[in-house]
Design a protein. Sequence first.
Length: 276
Amino acid sequence: MKIGAITNSFGIQIDGDNLVDLVRNARDRGSKHIELRQTFLGDCETGTGDGWRPVICKLRMLVSGFPELSFNLAVALPCLSGEVDPKGEIFQQSLEGARVVGRNSPHLRLVDPAPQDKIWESPDDIPTEALHVAALAREAAAKGITLSVENSGQSIGAITMLVEECRKELSEQEGKLLGVCPDPTNQIRRQPDSDALADLEAMPLDMLKIVHFKQVRDGQPLLDVDDGDLDCARMVRILDAKGYTGPAIFEIPSDENIFENLSNSFAYLKRISTAD
């Protein structure tokens, strides 16, 4: 796996044009991939809400300074609870940002933070608005961009089912570029009686585009990834058994000691990966 960091972890430190310094620090701590998260990009973005836009020229300059790193762009949009216009400016600009930062492997991750009334258990439960993800995936695929959807209010299994349904509306090539960003801890926090890692294990490898590690203990978030409610060792075994080699993002909370926490998290992953 290609371990990495996400810029919302740098929330306390981000100040204007210093994102390049934060990325450099994350790289020096062992990051191989950086997920550039909307609203945590300093002067590489402007506006908020529907008025948010990436500053393409500054994103290009940022990533050009780190040829040894890979990047993707992550954006919050109502992709499950509303209909995002695939030709609309915010989605088009998000695709362009993903294209610029992703170089030869562009990837846009979406998350819909809106509360979900119920967990989808069958395709009939999936609302029409969520199935509109197929149109977004088609638009992304036309530009050669991978699109992934993170489980936030839904389970990993529910988002996997959504992708399966959307792929039925896409060509084979378009479908291959649509996948999931599994975040087991999101599921543990919202559906504590479910088995998030069983959902991860059941997911086909070709749907797994990027994965998030974070940790809670007794339901409370930890500042780094360590032993807790998520069985990280089991998660690593599942990913290794699948042959997953993509980005593994440590989405730890913003903190004054973020880089020390990041180093501790990477060391923990190495420790549990060699324990067997």
